[in-house]
Structures are given as C-alpha cells and as structure tokens.
Write a protein that binds this ligand. Structure first.
Ligand SMILES: [Zn+2]
Length: 397
C-alpha cells in the first residue's frame, strides 16, 4: 500500500482545521452572545479574512446571523456583529418527581417557551415519555412554523451513563432504564440524556459564573439531593461510564443519617433542606422563597440547624478543594441559599483549612442563573454535536 500523497493529507487537514474553526466561532457566539468580527478574531486568534469566511459559512448554514448592534466594549459607533441564530432550537426536558418540564431553547441560550406538567407522584419511565411527548405535541405547530429543531436534551436526577441509560435515580424510582431511547421513540427525534447536576455544571460554566474559567467545581442541592459536576480544562469530568461528580454521596458523618444510596452519613443525607422546612413548618419552598425566609429568620432552632449544615458543607468543600484545586466553587439551588445565609463562615472555613497554597485563593460563588439554569442546561446536550461539527449537523433550512 502506497502512503497517502501529501496533497490528500494537506486537504484533509485543511478541512479538519476549517471544521474546528467553524466550531470555535459558533461556540463563541453561542456562549458569549453577539460579537463583532474583530472580537471573534481576538478571541479565536484567527485573522480577519479567515473570520469573514467562517462567519459567511455559518450564516449560509443558517446557524448565525448579522446583528446591527454588536457590543464593541467601548463607546462609539456599533459595528455590524454576528450572533448565533436562535431560530435553531433544542428541546430541554427535565424529569423531576413532581413534574415534567419542557423548554424550547434557542442557540445562544434564549428560552422561547416553557411548559410544565405537574404530577401527583414520581412518573414511571413509560408515563414520563408519554407526558413529554404530549407536551412536545402541544409545541409542535409553533416549532414547525418558526424554528429548526436539532433534537432534545434530557436531565435526570440520578446516575446516567454515557449511553443515556439511567442506572439509578432514587427520586424517580428508576433503575437500569434506557430513558434516552424510550423518549427518542416517543418524540421521533434524537435525544441525549444526562445527570441534572452535570448538565447544570456545564451550563453554568458556559453561560454563568464559570464563564472563562477552566477549573470549576459545581454543586447543587434540592429536595432531590445533592449533585455535582467538575469542569477541568474547560471539559466536564465524566469518569468511568460517566458517573463522576456524585459529590452528594461523600460520607461526612459515618454512622449518621441513612442515605438513599444505602450508606450512612452522606453529604446529601446530612444536609437536607427538608430539615429546615420541617423547622419552618413549610412543606415546600423554592429557592427564592427560601432565600427570603432564611434572610429574616430569628428562630434559634432554625439558626442552629443552618449553622450545623453550613459547617457540614464546609468540611465537604474543604476536602473537594484540596482534592481538585478549582479556581471557583459554584453553589446552586439550596446550597446557594446556604451560602447566602453564611457566606463569611463558609468562606473562612474553606479558606483556612486547605493544605495547598493555591486553595487559599479559591472563590466560592453562588450560581448566577438560578431557576433559568435548568431550563437551558439540558438543551446543551442536544446542541453538543452541532457545536462540534456545524457543517455535518446543521438542521435543514
Ligand atoms: Zn449516599
């Protein structure tokens, strides 16, 4: 067999480079919003004529569009800019024990619409797929008329492997369930499933407080438990089979409260919002309501429980910061509420204890995107292929 001619190698390489460059430009306008061509050049390191060619191709593919008022970052005449075309959309589906929520999300992270179906109890996988299909059917006419759909992303509170199989989701009672395939059949479109905290971490890294940060540790808490996601060198750490980031099952109190996973004293069992809700005599409060309640609380029992939980959280965070040395720790949901009540106590505990000197500079931030986060986050799963290979995956016009 003769070696490939240099010309063939050269052409293949050029095509690969072009694909990578198209991907880089599309990623940039997707996460950072409208950009002038010169800003795209600065961010990507590509020269003016290359950027012009790439932008033209993305516009021809219907993935980007011209905008008249790109932010130039300084005063003066706004230059003609480029934005992701938000008529290219993905469905963002969220599975929770008490609801199925579907959002229609445009490239660039804008939410066009959102529908929610409340449930009396956790849905079976079959019921969940049916509910999702019914919600999507209701959106279908609008989608067909105005948008170009790439597929759906699905966030599940549980262990989801790289093939989209839910291995175990205690809040839903699902075990070894091929949920991505099931929903794909019900919707008739490609579906990618992932762990809800992992997709939350990804979205917060792209659109929220983690933007521009290479190493980030993300943790969220809710009545469904505590999850996490680790972003390293800009990439979500997946681990074997995709199960990395299950930080909620870190044991912080051996012999403590029994956890849904079967062990005792896991972080998510020791640090559960239900304990606070019981003390407040409330059945359910969302993040914003809890913020307000805990901001004015005077009851010593509630304050003592908050303090206990913050101290447990600081033990866990100190371990994570020592193990992973992130630049930023991002706390979302209930953990964001705890941070707001006790920022100084938590920051001081985490800052003083770590052994590595760089840990002393770690920032602890609350997630920026709040409830908006989980509307757009699952869509990122569906956009992933398009963003990495815009030419091959652009939906037909
Ligand atoms: Zn556990």
């Amino acid at each position: 067999m003769s070696p490939p001619s240099p010309q063939t190698v050269g052409r293949t390489t050029n095509e690969e480079v072009r694909q990578q460059n198209l991907s880089a430009v599309l990623q940039l306008v997707h996460t950072d919003g409208a950009q002038s061509r010169s800003a795209i050049g600065t961010a990507t390191g590509l020269n003016r004529s290359t950027v012009t060619g790439l932008v033209t191709e993305l516009i021809d593919l219907g993935l980007a569009r011209e905008t008249s008022a790109a932010p130039t970052g300084r005063a003066g005449r706004p230059s003609l800019g480029v934005a992701a075309d938000d008529a290219v959309v993905a469905l963002s589906v969220r599975a929770e024990p008490d609801a199925v929520t579907v959002s229609l999300v445009g490239l660039g992270g804008s939410v066009h619409s959102r529908v929610r179906h409340d449930l009396a109890g956790a849905p079976s996988p079959r019921r969940f797929a049916q509910n999702t299909a019914a919600l999507v059917d209701g959106m279908r006419a609008d989608i067909d008329r105005h948008y170009r759909l790439v597929g759906a992303g699905l966030a599940v509170p549980g262990l989801v492997d790289n093939a989209g199989t839910v291995m175990f989701a205690p809040p839903l009672g699902w075990k070894r369930e091929h949920i991505a395939t099931r929903v794909e059949t019900a919707l008739g479109m490609p579906v990618t499933a992932g762990n809800d905290s992992s997709v939350g971490a990804m979205a917060e890294a792209r659109f929220g407080v983690g933007r521009g940060i290479s190493n980030m540790l993300y943790m969220d808490g809710s009545l469904n438990g505590i999850g996490g996601g680790l972003i390293f060198d800009g990439t979500l750490l997946r681990g074997t089979s995709g199960f990395a980031g299950e930080l909620g099952h870190t044991v912080v109190n051996p012999g403590g409260t029994k956890c849904a996973c079967g062990r005792r004293g896991c972080l998510e069992a020791e640090l559960h919002p239900q304990r606070i809700l019981n003390l407040l005599n409330r059945r359910k409060l969302d993040e914003d309501e809890l913020d307000i309640e805990l901001g004015v609380v005077r009851d010593p029992a509630v304050i003592a429980e908050i303090t206990r939980q913050v101290d447990v959280l600081s033990i866990a965070l100190t371990n994570f910061v020592n193990a992973f040395a992130p630049e930023v720790v991002v706390l979302a949901g209930y953990l964001g509420v705890l941070l707001a009540t006790s920022r100084e106590r938590l920051s001081n505990a985490v800052r003083i204890d770590p052994v590595a000197s760089e840990s002393r500079t770690v920032r602890i931030e609350r997630a920026h995107m709040r409830s908006h986060l989980m509307q757009i986050a699952p869509a990122e799963l569906a956009f992933a292929r398009l963003l990495s290979d815009p030419v091959a995956c652009a939906p037909p016009r």
